[in-house]
Design a protein around this ligand. Structure first.
Ligand code: BGC
Length: 577
């Protein structure tokens, strides 16, 4: 049970909410979300119970890759506001106890960045030219794969001004910086100091595996990249306290774990391979994909943490699965070819799961209890839909749906001015699916999510405990312990659309009466024999087994389960299982 959370390692206990300023709320009425609008919505985020906000890139940019094509590292895109509006947002977030994580896009810039414009005009071999990676022939580094394979056929593009090819791992308008040039490092460290100096709490290191290029290699995960990260970490530790670096490395667990170094690189790293396996386990009704990938995942020392997610601003990437698994995922989750992009699926959570409320609850129940820090994608807490007819990954980046008012309450502008159309379809349209409506319905997904977030945050064990899988003798049921300092939690989940039963060997807890965490319900005492449990379709339980040691405060019937709307009780329908 958590009481006062330690300030350091805050990311271990965090619930992170990912959002784009542009998509959240338009405070100025010009059709584009901005910092004024986001600041107004901080109370909503506080009520949801999340503890950290991850902001997608909001810097000056031609916006040809939704801001990951940065043209100036030291300012705010004018459409989103000014630096002082950002600072006010940051102050207001901190006042509410919310940490703020921003993007550090290291690997590349926009081709509109002054550094690139200078480089292409500078003489070959000069310091200015060397900010980027050039070649006379497009055959160098031939073993490096093309990542945006639907859009690019090579990692090299000819520049008629420089009269040379430049290297890019993503879009051709995003030239890669040359990390062999120490001046690049100095420039990026200035950006780090700038944003951390303003008080930003964490940095997501975008596309971190691709910083260096070496002939004869895949140009991913090179030792030079790790040496660079150690230097970055030393730099941050020497100047700032309690800041967090989060690696975006879409890699197998062992390679992703390398981004922790020996505790001297990143504090966190996304766990990419678990994500598609949660979806395939749910469709196969079999716990194997989840158990299997977590068994391949190295255990982490106390200071480090995985970041877990279901959906984000990109496609549901299928890079870290086998060819058979990818075929399976496409078949069951993206029959419509328009839902596919690169090596992945461009859909939000609710449409992926056929808008099945119990499946949405179950997969969140797993996200919030598996080892790591959960990351929620904006709009998924109300079950927003997507629009696969918009280009690129824009279908999962539509405006947040606040109410049934004009433009879903997102903006006062004319609909035609919006940066993207609000979803208005008959199932996920803003007229019926919005925050205001869900705040008024006690059993809405939003209110259910608030309870889940609150339950998770009451128990440090979820963020800090070790994990042990149990053999439930029924592959449709996933069962694991989270062992914490003063609580053991048992998670049992029915991955099937049919009712299921299991008998679990819980003899070592004989005499303890499990308490179901979200609702606070007491279950029958554990004996020395098998412990029988039954579930409805997609039902799950989180049990606290620590109450043998001391009764949890939240079991006191006087204590209200937080964030319930007025007039409802913890026994409301809509709670898990
Ligand atoms: C981001 C993508 C982006 C790419 C290139 C990824 O890590 O998540 O949205 O397109 O980097 O910057």
């Amino acid at each position: 049970m958590s009481t006062d959370k330690p300030a350091e390692r805050w990311y271990k206990d965090a619930v992170i909410y990912e959002l784009h300023v542009r998509a959240f709320h338009d405070g100025k009425g010009d059709g584009v979300g901005d910092f004024v609008g986001l600041t107004r919505k901080l109370d909503y985020l506080q009520d949801l119970g999340v503890s950290a906000l991850w902001l997608l890139p909001f810097y000056p940019s031609p916006l040809r890759d939704d801001g990951y094509d940065i043209s100036d590292y030291f300012d705010v895109h004018p459409s989103y506001g000014t630096l002082s509006e950002f600072k006010r947002f940051l102050r207001e977030a901190h006042r509410r106890g919310l940490k703020v994580i921003t993007e550090l896009v290291l690997n590349h810039t926009s081709d509109q960045h002054a550094l690139f414009q200078r480089a292409r005009r500078a003489p070959p071999g000069s310091r200015e030219r060397d900010f980027y990676v050039w070649s006379d022939s497009p055959s160098k580094y031939a073993e490096a794969r093309v990542i945006f394979k639907d859009f690019e056929s090579s990692n090299w593009t000819w520049d008629p001004v420089a009269k040379a090819y430049y290297w890019h791992r993503f879009y051709s308008h995003q030239p890669d910086l040359n990390f062999d040039n120490p001046a690049v490092l100095r420039h990026l460290l200035k950006a780090v100091d700038f944003w951390l100096g303003l008080g930003v709490d964490g940095l997501r290191l975008d596309a971190i595996p691709y910083l260096f290029e070496r002939e004869g290699s895949s140009c991913e995960n090179l030792p030079e990249t790790h040496a660079f990260l150690k230097e970055l970490r030393r730099h941050v530790d020497a100047r700032f306290k309690d800041r967090m670096l989060l690696a975006e490395a879409n890699q197998w667990p062992e390679d992703a774990a390398a981004y922790f170094g020996s505790g001297d690189e990143c504090h966190m790293a996304f766990h990419f391979p678990i994500m598609p396996r949660l979806f395939s386990a749910l469709h196969m009704e079999d716990c194997f994909p989840i158990v299997d990938i977590l068994k391949q995942t190295p255990a982490l020392p106390d200071a480090l943490q995985w970041a877990l997610f279901l959906r984000n601003h990109d496609e549901l990437t299928l890079e870290m699965v086998t060819d058979e698994e990818r075929d399976y995922m496409y078949r069951v989750y993206a029959m419509d070819p328009r839902a596919r992009i690169n090596l992945g699926i461009r859909r939000r959570l609710a449409p992926l799961l056929g808008n099945h409320r119990r499946k949405i609850e179950l997969i969140n129940g797993l996200l919030f209890s598996l080892p790591g820090t959960p990351v929620l994608y904006y709009g998924d807490e109300i079950g927003m839909g997507d629009n696969i007819y918009l280009g690129d990954r824009n279908g999962v980046r539509t405006p947040m749906q606040w109410s049934a008012d004009r433009n879903g309450g997102f903006s006062q502008a004319d609909a035609a001015r919006l940066y993207a159309p609000v979803n208005a379809d008959s199932v996920y349209g803003y007229q019926g699916l919005n925050v205001e409506a869900q705040e008024q319905q006690p059993c809405s997904l939003l209110n259910w999510m608030r309870q889940l977030v609150a339950a998770r945050r009451r128990h440090d064990t979820f963020g800090r405990g070790s994990t042990e899988f149990l053999d439930a003798d029924n592959r449709r049921v996933l069962a694991y312990f989270r062992h914490g300092a003063d609580d053991d939690i048992l998670v049992v989940a029915n991955l099937s659309q049919k009712a299921q039963a299991v008998e679990l060997a819980l003899g070592r807890y004989a005499g303890i009466q499990p308490v179901e965490i979200v609702g606070g319900t007491l279950f029958p005492r554990i004996g020395v024999g098998p412990y029988a449990l039954s579930f409805g379709p997609y039902g799950f339980y989180w049990f606290s087994l620590g109450c043998g040691r001391r009764p949890p405060a939240w079991r006191n019937p006087e204590v209200q389960v937080p964030f319930l709307p007025k007039g409802t009780s913890p026994e409301s329908p809509g709670l898990p299982a």
